[in-house]
Design a binder for this molecule. Structure first.
Ligand code: ZN
Length: 186
């Protein structure tokens, strides 16, 4: 049986450290770290989680996009482990949208991210994979890649006024503002 990890919270130094490269994707400790990340992500209802968020400072995260009220068109993808991920290229334009973080509970921030990116990562089977990511999945990737560099979404905000509480965020979902309507359509 695989147990979930406790999730590191903002203020814990591990969230501010650059994570180290994984040299052998097939090492048993790497495979078991992936399994525990998957269980932890599932239990926390997140769409992504990075190894530093469970106090394991290694370059690995899991992306698990699925449709939700704010992104009804988000692709449903099997949770995918990405090892030693890299951003190869990106669009010039950025899109601002709300993000939360399992390590920063209770608030959301309006974060600019590249709208489309080309990425490279190793799969848990050890294969090198390149692909283009857009929209919601591109956003998750950039959020999780930041975690591997000791960066959290708060660092990306253009203004502290772009922070709202979860409670207000959820209220806005029920009565969409023009901003929210715009992002749902994109
Ligand atoms: Zn996060």
């Amino acid at each position: 049986m695989v147990n979930a990890f406790p999730i590191a919270q903002l203020g814990e130094p591990v969230l501010r450290q650059p994570a180290t490269l994984i040299e052998d994707s097939q090492a048993p400790w790497v495979q078991s770290l992936i399994d525990r990340l998957l269980v932890t992500l599932h239990q926390s209802n997140g769409v992504g989680i990075a190894a530093p968020q469970v106090a394991q400072s290694h370059r690995l995260f899991v992306v698990a996009s699925r449709p939700n009220p704010r992104y009804p068109n988000a692709p449903l993808m099997n949770p995918t482990a990405m090892l030693n991920p890299r951003l190869i290229s990106h669009t010039e334009d950025t899109v601002r949208d709300w993000e939360g973080c399992l390590s920063i509970p209770g608030i959301r921030g309006l974060v600019p991210r590249y709208s489309a990116i080309e990425v490279e990562y190793q799969t848990r089977e050890g294969e090198l994979h390149q692909q283009i990511l857009e929209g919601f999945v591109a956003r998750i990737f950039q959020h999780e890649l930041d975690h591997l560099n000791g960066v959290v979404f708060l660092d990306r905000l253009e203004s502290v006024q772009d922070i709202i509480t979860d409670q207000v965020y959820l209220q806005r979902l029920q009565t969409p503002t023009p901003q929210a309507q715009k992002s749902i359509g994109s």
